[in-house]
Design a protein around this ligand. Structure first.
Ligand code: IDP
Ligand code: MG
Length: 202
């Protein structure tokens, strides 16, 4: 049977800077408020090899991330550090392994209609300098690619969120065991998804 829209799941990881900035509650609040359901959550300090695997689950990630970074520079009229997307991504990956293993992270699975796109919308673009006002990255942090590069580190943007449904499925399997995902019904789902809004009036 086809899955219902409301069963779409996405992975969110609050990175070490998000935990250190005491933004866990604020971040969770935004996903709760939009109507998504928390299906799994845990805190851990990840190993570098675990983070490398996480970012290379999608074989295209190296190329796409490098291309996105090069475009970011060109859009600002700046010279990228290299024109080879793979070389750029290798450096990004090395820095990410240091960044995301530097302290505890909170990994979560959020479930609900269009959860992948809804979460990305709330999280905002990768670079806090250019991510929209009103998004988590736009509202709570001020880092830039340029600043990260000068100091030879990852851009600090508080949070990871799956980019596509396929990425989400691979990432959830990487971070959680099947029996760590909890299936339950939130009472508000009746208001969000049921065809008729009956059962409200006495
Ligand atoms: P996303 O987190 O918005 O999906 P990706 O392109 O998948 O962005 O990159 C993963 C993470 O790598 C980013 O969240 C960011 O922390 C870091 N990163 C990506 N591109 C750059 C860069 O050009 N310089 C520094 N760090 C980067
Ligand atoms: Mg990504």
């Amino acid at each position: 049977m086809e899955k219902h829209f409301k069963e779409e799941r996405t992975l969110v990881v609050i990175k070490p800077d998000g935990v250190q900035r005491s933004l866990v509650g604020e971040i969770i609040k935004r996903f709760e408020q939009v109507g998504l359901k928390l299906s799994a959550v845990k805190m851990m300090v990840p190993e570098p090899s675990f983070i490398e695997k996480h970012y290379t689950l999608d074989p295209n990630w190296m190329r796409l991330t490098g291309e996105k970074t090069i475009k970011g520079y060109l859009d600002k009229g700046l010279e990228p550090p290299s024109n080879d997307p793979i070389a750029i991504s290798q450096k990004i990956l090395d820095n990410l392994k240091k960044y995301v293993t530097s302290g505890p992270v909170i990994a979560m699975v959020w479930e609900g209609a269009h959860s992948v796109k809804i979460v990305r919308k709330l999280v905002g673009g990768t670079e806090p300098l250019t991510s929209d006002v009103g998004t988590i990255r736009g509202d709570y942090v001020l880092d830039s690619y340029q600043m990260g590069d000068v100091d030879g580190r990852s851009v600090r943007n508080l949070i990871h969120a799956s980019g596509t449904i396929e990425e989400a499925e691979m990432e959830i399997k990487h971070w959680f065991l099947e029996n760590e995902l909890v299936d339950y019904r939130l009472i508000q789902e009746q208001i969000l998804y049921d065809v008729n809004l009956d059962g409200i009036l006495e």
